[in-house]
Design a protein around this ligand. Structure first.
Ligand code: Z5A
Length: 212
């Protein structure tokens, strides 16, 4: 019998919502429970494209807005063969940000519409579950100040949050909103429950294509 595929699980959310903390906890918990899992994050700053993106985010270089949007998308596409291979081998992928961040961040800039922003990512592996870690700006502020990177400004983050709300209306994507203001352990419990369901469902379903 062919091996059952792994699930593609994505965590999204605004700055300091706890995505990285929760990706690590989910990955470790899945491993402990004997479920093959790996963590990925976007942007993946280790590749040649990722290094261009990283310099842009760190304000060490400037890139035209359409150009950097396409680079973020290319940074996902370059990982697709590896992602498909892992999923087919039965490994669940826990992914810190994905195409939804790509669309939310660029469409929050003046002159960009949601449809144009989505188009380069159409056909990426469709996540089995996208958990949006919901946190208000005032609660995020309690977790420390913004860092030094390009997008870490409160007005822009509010615009990004609105774009995420628009994206979450799309029923072709399996969204789950998580209350990220809870303790780290309580957020983890919610995430674990939804992830185990998604892993069970994904086993018997073919991998679909995003926004197609
Ligand atoms: N971007 C884009 O424009 N286009 C794209 O296509 C993609 C991304 C994929 C990448 O940032 C930037 O690129 C990002 C979007 C843009 N720009 N912004 N903003 P990144 O991925 O390198 O870093 P980040 O995603 O911005 O990290 P983050 O949002 O700042 O953090 P987080 O991962 O959500 O949170 P965390 O690091 O797990 O936790 C933050 C702090 O809160 C930390 O001190 C924790 O200990 C604390 N924490 C976490 N959970 C809790 C709870 N439950 N209670 C209390 N404290 C907590």
């Amino acid at each position: 019998m062919a091996c059952k595929r792994g699930a593609l699980i994505v965590l999204e959310g605004v700055d300091r919502a706890g995505k990285t903390t929760q990706c690590k906890k989910l990955f470790e918990a899945l491993q402990r429970s004997g479920k093959p899992a790996e963590m990925m994050r976007f942007p993946d700053r280790t590749t040649t494209i990722g290094k261009l993106i990283s310099a842009y985010l760190e304000n060490k270089s400037d890139l035209e807005d359409h150009t950097v949007h396409l680079l973020f998308s290319a940074n996902r596409w370059e990982m697709v063969p590896l992602m498909k291979k892992k999923l087919e081998q039965g490994t669940t992928l826990v992914v810190d940000r994905y195409a939804f961040s790509g669309v939310a961040f660029t469409s929050a800039k003046p002159g960009f519409c949601l449809d144009w922003c989505k188009s380069p990512d159409v056909g990426l592996p469709q996540p089995d579950l996208v958990m949006f870690l919901q946190l208000s700006p005032s609660e995020a502020a309690l977790r420390g100040q913004f860092g030094e990177e390009r997008y870490e400004k409160s007005d822009f983050q509010r615009a990004v949050q609105n774009k995420f709300q628009q994206l979450m209306k799309d029923r072709s994507v399996h969204w789950q909103v998580i209350d990220a203001s809870q303790s780290v352990e309580d957020v983890h419990k919610d995430i674990m429950t939804h992830s185990l369901n998604a892993i069970n469902c994904a086993q018997n379903q073919a991998l679909a294509e995003l926004w197609k």
